[in-house]
Design a protein around this ligand. Sequence first.
Ligand code: ADP
Ligand code: ASP
Ligand code: MG
Length: 460
Amino acid sequence: MKVLKFGGTSVGTVDSLRNVKRIVDSLEEPAVVVVSALGGLTDRLIATARAAAQGEDSFRDDVAGFARRHSEIIEALVPSDRRTEVSATVRGLTAQLLEIYTGLSLIRDLPAKTLDLVVSFGERMSSVIVADILENAVHADSLEFIRTEKWFNRDIAARQLTDSLISEKIALPLAATVVTGGFISRDKDTGDITNLGRGGSDYTAALIAARLGADLLEIWTDVDGFMTADPRIIPDARVIPDMSFIESMELCSYGAKVIYPPTIYPVFHRNIPIRILNTHNPSAPGTLITDSSDSLPADVRGVSSVKKTAMVSVTGSLTANVAEINSRSFNAMARNGISILLVAQPASDAAFSIALAEADAGKAMEALRAEFAPELQEGSVREVSLETDLTVLAVVRESIKEIKGLGARLVNTLQRYGVDVKAVSDGASETTIAIIVPDSDAVRSLRLVHSACFSGQQAQ
Ligand code: ADP
Ligand code: ASP
Ligand code: MG
């Protein structure tokens, strides 16, 4: 049994939904199909909510537009005997949405809980429609089985409860293909509608695949596979035929948007392969992600980058107790729910630096200043400082240390072209060399690193 996930670009138009139908209807056995909202809709739902909360009146037209977009798809693709029912369901949902927007425009506020409710409508509408477009398919409401719990101010999957609910709601062996909405969930304690984070439909699919013991998780998107870099930044990036779970995990957590990072853990633990495929070009072989790294390439597997990174540095005469300072810093971050991107060796004279998401920088500074208050007082820590507007470039391959001198070579290349390399993390990880550069140099640096890794020539 397979789990197939179709992203927004795969379910955005009548033409792409025709491809989805061809792909799923030609399967030899029933499968689980996870769909995102129609392409771009989640962004629109959010923008409309913000406008309504500011008292703008455009939400009525917007909702009419959302309703029209869904109706056009129903008219074109849902068989006539099922059209009335699915149209009524979608009408009911858009009516609720209109009420919520009206409420927002009255209270002139946008509570986080209400925004979560608003964005859920995308997947709730797309999934019922797709279930009616496909042959021999039934709809399952993911709000009935994906549960989240609070972790600091985030909603994360409540795995145990979700696992048992998946088994309860999706009976094996499948009698028909099951279509469900990705991304959306409910809080396990309050029952409020929540979600797994932007891009989270991939994760819904992985949770289902892992629980049901699928043979394969297919992520259908709008590119021919996992590529050596983001093709929007590097036009000559090429498809990677195969890679390991660890490599994909590293590339995705450093910004490769093709898979939402938490997706990989559940399937990795059950050793379920992932294939990345293109809905618009279904015969392309795509990328196979497995646990084997039989075919380790001579060069690196891929590069990725994550913008809006900050670097927090602790400066002082700390050489004697670096290990202790490191572990106290990690604990201070963990206690505050801050994820560390990497620990870097700074180019400056700081003792050590931690890179993290810019959004967490303020909290991280506070936590470190509190942790090192005694040392700051007596002077062994001179300062805790912050640098923002940075990008982390990640160069990934299993056993990357075997490529002798790679980190130094890449840093030299960047510096030769005038890039202000802020820090590098080379040797701490078996899989990744990370280089921190200013955001303003991000694109140029990624091009330089990509061509140094894949063509041996430097780009401009
Ligand atoms: P979906 O709607 O299918 O979930 P996403 O936009 O979330 O699609 O992810 C696919 C996009 O990820 C591609 O269109 C591509 O622009 C981007 N991307 C970023 N890095 C990579 C990479 N290394 N390989 C392939 N695609 C990438
Ligand atoms: N529709 C959601 C988003 O745009 C989830 C997803 O597409 O995976 O973030
Ligand atoms: Mg996505």
